[in-house]
Write a protein that binds this ligand. Structure first.
Ligand code: BV8
Length: 247
């Protein structure tokens, strides 16, 4: 399938769903997780992105998240985020499910982003105390003190993200599964190794959606999608929009 053919298909499609991963933010300067310069290169996931790691050393985990918050705060949405934001404002039935926690889709203007793994800009009470909201936004960079505390009960606060071994929010999972029933499902910038997010592409295929992958590398999705576009999210999406947006 060519970019022109996909652009023409998108022009007449009604329901579009996009699943994004860290690759979409790579061109904004946010390191991916598993790439050669990735976040996991110097930090092992089980040492930082699990409840056990947080129990063992909350300060180490918070130092990693604060470092990521400070890095992301200096980054800007790139052409991929901006094109997807345009689509979110163009299609009445558009869903964007992101595994990213950086908030760049929202900053680009995609209003209703389904945050599959939560947000690095939100905190929760580690004790889940009844006097604090389930999660709250705190965009201070740097955070102080580290580790931050729950303003209601004074105990530890935790990052508002989903760690390995933690379940996806039920409402988020339900909304994501129902958005997989669409005309076109695009999987963009994800290595497709983290579940259950990675199962959404197959879910869309089962619903009969046209499934598309945009990624410079092969992934487990590559052999199941209907068409793959080998390239960067910003370049491929810009090329598609140049045709879709004018034809
Ligand atoms: C759960 C936290 C139930 C926030 C993250 C089967 C079913 C269910 C669960 C499992 C299962 N098998 C295993 C599990 C357990 C586990 C899992 O999937 N493990 C994997 C590693 C095998 N899943 C879970 O624990 C999930 N919970 O299932 O609950 C349960 C409960 C108890 C026990 C079992 C099950 C929760 C997973 C959430 C983990 N949290 N992040 C944070 O700190 O950020 S995961 C982390 O990986 C990020 O969220 C990230 O989004 C996610 C996926 O990574 P990618 O986004 O794909 O990034 P990556 O670097 O890997 O790849 C980047 C890609 O971009 C590459 O392909 C590259 O080629 C491409 N790229 C690079 N540049 C560009 C580009 N593409 C386009 N343009 C470019 N310029």
């Amino acid at each position: 399938m060519t970019v022109i053919e996909l652009a023409k298909y998108l022009k007449v499609a009604e329901k579009i769903t996009v699943l994004t991963g860290a690759g979409v933010s790579a061109e904004s300067g946010v390191p991916t997780f598993r790439g050669s310069e990735g976040l996991w290169k110097t930090h092992r996931p089980e040492r930082l992105a699990t409840p056990e790691a947080f129990t063992r050393d909350p300060e180490l985990v918070w130092e990693w998240y604060d470092w990521r918050r400070r890095l992301v705060a200096k980054c800007q949405p790139n052409a991929a985020h901006i094109t997807l934001a345009t689509w979110s404002q163009t299609y009445s039935k558009f869903s964007l499910i992101t595994q990213n926690v950086d908030g760049l889709h929202e900053r680009a203007g995609t209003a209703t982003t389904i945050r599959f793994h939560g947000s690095i800009w939100e905190l929760c009470c580690w004790n889940r105390c009844s006097s604090s909201p389930e999660r709250w936004t705190d965009e201070r960079v740097p955070l102080s003190p580290i580790p931050p505390l729950c303003p209601a009960c004074g105990h530890l606060a935790r990052p508002g993200v989903v760690w390995f071994g933690e379940s996806i929010n039920k409402d988020v999972l339900t909304r994501s599964l129902s958005s997989a029933d669409c005309d076109v499902f695009l999987t963009i910038g994800t290595s497709g190794v983290v579940y259950p997010a990675a199962s959404l592409t197959k879910e869309a295929k089962l619903h009969g959606a046209l499934t598309i992958e945009i990624n410079p590398e092969d992934t487990p999705h590559t052999e199941i999608v209907d068409a793959r576009f080998k390239g960067s999210a910003a370049q491929v999406l810009t090329a598609i929009e140049a045709i879709r947006g004018t034809s």
